[in-house]
Design a protein around this ligand. Structure first.
Ligand code: ADP
Length: 500
């Protein structure tokens, strides 16, 4: 094992957990990889190795899928009453809440985000998600349907769990993405193999310990750590998996679809975005400045719905760009565990290089830097300063592609007709989210209708709730996460017709 370095600010329970010999969770037991291999986990604030976790490969995927298959086909889980299922999910939420501080710390250490943010956003939202979905366990039902056929029939639908679900998640909200995936699948009565992101496996492994403590029967939830190609790909292709739910890049989403074709397993995808924030001339300007800055800089821009294209009416363009640049300049960059941290490092060296590369390509193509830029001023860690680019044009890479970092392209608009700005906002392969900033109620609703995206925020951005469906139009995905809608991802509908 490599020499491990732990941040001295890490508290006792977190230090104890991080320095454990990490194991995956398969069939109700904590296990090493079949090959015995492991891989390093880095602290993005320093680039140092903090620990190692097992490297799952095909054999481990196989074991986990077989455990989930057995638990679905034979186990007590699918025969459990809905209320008992709900109570177990609720218990997991309680346990998670009891360990809120520890999870916030793990998330900050592993992902780089400010501990204060993980404490008020990531962990509580994950708790809410488990509670919200625990409630759905007892409310999943079919319908009785009147038939127009010539005879007397009694017809109804049953909503049944889809079966064994493979879930593959990214690193931007490691715990929350696990909760978004696990909670609805559990509420529906599915069994699961969850593959954590290789960059951020720690909170998911700690969650596996709580899953065990909550009393889910063996095999209902299996948690693997491993790389995309080594573990994610065989999981997405596995013949005994009924459904794959993926969150990550659009590029990998397309690979998942191909991998799923072998047994035509069902697929849902939550993918990338290039979300517009549109500020009209009548917007409440200070609010719009703060809001659009947070739209892109929250979580260091590592949000699939980040407001990365900022369209501002020309009358207030200079004022808004100056304001957002000011906010950017004031954001304090520091390691996530530093109490003064307002923005931590990006998650990995790879993301750091990618994001800096985008800023440089923008400048090469003629963009101007109004704030930030490619140089962070840090001698270690993956820090990128919040950056505002102007003078862009619609064909530039920085305007078209998802950067997944704290970089916004500000563009003025003057269109007299609403159609003009809608066309520009919709000129993207993505369709995940948008925000509109105006005091004109009618305009706000018209823009909300005209935007081709799964979420529209009015005078706000990045507002999430377990009850709100979230997902993409176009190449931003298939299906929805959260809300009642996500249950469709994990249920089959059976029509039963009885001749009376
Ligand atoms: P990002 O670009 O944000 O790192 P990715 O889409 O590469 O996101 O990764 C998201 C998740 O998908 C991670 O858990 C990763 O390991 C997994 N993954 C990557 N490549 C594949 C693949 N070919 N098949 C299945 N899963 C994959």
């Amino acid at each position: 094992m490599a020499t491990l370095t732990l941040d001295p600010r890490v508290s006792g329970p977190t230090a104890d957990f991080v320095s454990q010999r990490h194991q995956m969770y398969v069939d109700g037991r904590f296990v090493m990889a079949a090959s015995g291999s492991s891989f390093p986990v880095y602290n993005p604030a320093t680039g140092e190795v903090i620990t190692e976790v097992p490297e799952a490969e095909e054999e481990d995927v196989n074991r986990a899928v077989l455990a989930a298959r057995h638990a679905f086909d034979e186990g007590p889980w699918t025969r459990m009453s809905p209320s008992e299922r709900g109570r177990t999910i609720w218990k997991l939420a309680d346990l998670l809440e009891q360990h809120l501080e520890e999870f916030a710390e793990i998330e900050s250490l592993d992902n780089g985000k400010p501990r204060a943010v993980a404490r008020v956003a990531d962990v509580p939202l994950a708790v809410d998600m488990f509670r919200y979905m625990a409630g759905w366990s007892t409310k999943i039902s079919g319908k009785t349907l009147p038939l127009s056929a010539g005879r007397d029939f009694h017809a109804y639908t049953l909503r049944e769990p889809i079966g064994v679900v493979a879930q593959i998640i990214p690193w931007n909200f490691p715990l929350l993405m696990a909760a978004w995936k696990l909670a609805p699948a559990l509420a529906c009565g599915c069994t699961i193999v969850l593959k954590l992101a290789e960059q951020t496996p720690l909170s998911g492994l700690r969650l596996a310990q709580l899953i065990d403590e909550a009393g889910f029967p063996p095999g209902v939830v299996n948690v693997l750590t491993g790389y995309g190609e080594g573990a994610g790909a065989p999981l997405a292709a596995h013949e005994l998996v009924d459904k794959v739910a993926f969150t990550g890049s659009t590029e990998v989403g397309k690979l998942i679809v191909k991998a799923a074709a072998g047994n035509l397993k069902k697929v849902t995808l939550e993918l990338g975005g290039k979300s517009p924030a549109i500020v009209f001339a009548d917007a409440e300007i200070d609010h719009a400045i703060q809001g659009t800055a947070s739209a892109i800089f929250f979580n260091h821009g590592q949000c699939c719905c980040a407001g990365s294209r900022l369209y501002v009416h020309e009358k207030i363009f200079d004022q808004v760009v100056e304001g957002v640049s000011h906010v950017a300049g004031d954001i304090r960059l520091a390691p996530g565990l530093d109490p003064s941290c307002q923005m931590g490092p990006l998650v990995s060296d790879e993301q750091y290089r990618k994001v800096v590369g985008y800023i440089e390509s923008g400048v090469q193509e003629g963009a101007k830097i109004a704030a930030g830029g490619p140089v962070s001023g840090f001698d270690r860690g993956y820090f990128v300063r919040p950056t505002v680019l102007t003078n862009t044009n619609p064909s530039m890479k920085v305007v078209r592609e998802e950067i997944f970092g704290p970089v916004v392209c500000a563009v003025p608009f003057s269109d007299a007709e609403l159609e003009g700005i809608l066309k520009r906002a919709n000129d993207t392969a993505y369709g995940l989210a948008a925000s509109v900033w105006t005091r004109n109620l009618s305009l706000a609703h018209k823009v909300s209708r005209g935007i081709r995206a799964g979420t529209v925020w009015v005078n706000c951005h990045n507002v999430f709730d377990a009850s709100l469906p979230f997902g993409g139009y176009k190449q931003s995905g298939w299906g929805r996460e959260m809300g009642e809608e996500v249950l469709n991802n994990y249920l089959e509908t059976k029509a039963v017709t009885v001749a009376l």
